[in-house]
Design a protein around this ligand. Structure first.
Ligand code: 13P
Ligand code: SF4
Length: 386
């Protein structure tokens, strides 16, 4: 159970360095990734273990819960976006290897100390939701809102956004949020302005604001491809929250009929979903919570309980495998996999670690200084609230 959750931030899954004898790693093996595609699966673990042991305290490996088993087992710390950003801010190691997606590694680079370097094992591990709000679109939106006049908007951006958008948010007096703390950050923002521009996930924004008492008819969707987001100035003035038209392609797959079917198939089942799911799904579920909250709830449930979970499949399968005294399955029988998280393969992890052993940094993630300063402000506003 501890291995599953990593809730106590213990080093739960990485091989223990002191138990491994460390043979020399051949000089020169590390530089070219293509050669790593040929590393047989049987030797991957040994080589990763040796590299981790050689690097010792020089490296910390952070792993998001949606990573595949072969990768997450090497994480010194597991977590959702919030916990991993806290870990990145607290880490001492010189190298932070982030097994997650690009926006998470950028956030770690924004929060890191000067002597540290953040590495993303595969730079192609992006996030389709983060890509749905470009800085140019968000700047244009802000200009349009200003042209309406008198709106007093505070921007809040979900962690799942680019460093540029976090920088924009910090520069305009706003804060970052994650799915664990979105209500606290929204409350903070509502105290500072008349309305909130929530980027880039319409579902998290709607689900959170609704639970805080904002009625649906005081929410509008901002479509970046329409003038004024698709609204009249009057409609914008009447709104409490402007929801950017973006979504997670994994969580948006869950539909209300999946909840109905799960209940029809098993009347005992309890449904728990992530707040990136559609509002209609969240309304039907028994529980809604961030990744970390989902884990806590299912782990704390009584043995024998049945769960249908609306989140990424690697986490759901891991819960099912490790909590053998209860039934845990996906809310959607068709696989809901985050293909960009899945890009990080053990081969990539081995590649970056063996290069570090040889003194080479591959795939560093570096946010420029000006963006970093404002993005840090937005992230620190969030971290101060949780
Ligand atoms: P959390 O880690 O905040 O639960 O977000 C889920 C997610 O989609 C990460 O990309
Ligand atoms: Fe992005 Fe969704 Fe994947 Fe998270 S699960 S990285 S929000 S696509």
């Amino acid at each position: 159970m501890t291995a599953l959750t990593g809730i106590d931030n213990a080093v739960t899954s990485a091989r223990q360095p002191e138990t491994i004898r460390v043979p020399e790693i051949e000089p020169g093996v590390g530089c070219n990734f293509d050669s790593y595609l040929l590393v047989p699966d049987t030797s991957l673990d040994d080589r990763i273990g040796r590299a981790v042991a050689r690097l010792g305290r020089e490296v910390v490996i952070l792993g998001h819960h949606y990573q595949r088993d072969e990768v997450i087992r090497w994480a010194h710390f597991r977590g959702d976006s919030l916990r991993l950003s806290q870990q990145a801010a607290a880490a001492d190691a010189r190298y932070i290897v982030f097994c997650g997606v690009h926006f998470m590694a950028e956030s770690a680079d924004i929060l890191r100390r000067p002597h540290q370097t953040v590495i993303l094992p595969d730079r192609n591990a992006g996030c389709s939701m983060a890509d749905m709000a470009s800085i140019e679109q968000v700047e244009a939106c802000w200009d349009e809102l200003e042209s309406v006049g008198g709106l007093h908007v505070v921007p809040v951006t979900y962690m799942n956004s680019s460093a540029a958008i976090k920088g924009f948010t910090g520069r305009h007096g706003g804060a970052v949020c994650t799915s664990s703390n979105a209500a606290a950050v929204l409350q903070w923002a509502f105290q500072r302005g008349d309305r909130v521009l929530f980027l880039p996930d319409e579902h998290l924004g709607r689900n959170t604001a609704y639970r805080m008492g904002v009625p649906l008819d005081r929410m509008v969707i901002w479509d970046p491809f329409q003038p004024l987001g698709g609204h009249t100035p009057q409609a914008l003035r009447a709104a409490r929250i402007l929801l950017w038209k973006g979504y997670c392609s994994v969580h948006q797959r869950f539909r209300p009929e999946h909840v109905d079917r799960a209940r029809a198939a098993d009347p005992q089942v309890r449904v728990i979903v992530h707040p990136e799911c559609r509002w209609e799904v969240v309304q039907k579920a028994d529980f809604v919570g961030s990744t970390e909250q989902i884990i806590r709830t299912v782990v704390a449930a009584e043995p024998g309980s049945h769960w249908a979970v609306g989140t990424e499949i690697h986490l759901v399968n891991r819960l099912g495998k490790e909590l053998t005294d209860r039934r845990v399955q996906s809310l959607d029988p068709n696989v809901c996999v985050c293909t960009t998280m899945f890009r990080i393969a053990p081969q990539h992890l081995l590649w970056v670690l063996e290069n570090l052993v040889e003194g080479r940094v591959v795939n560093p993630i570096v946010v420029d200084a000006e963006t970093k300063a404002y993005a840090r402000l937005a992230l620190e506003r969030m971290l101060a609230l949780c």
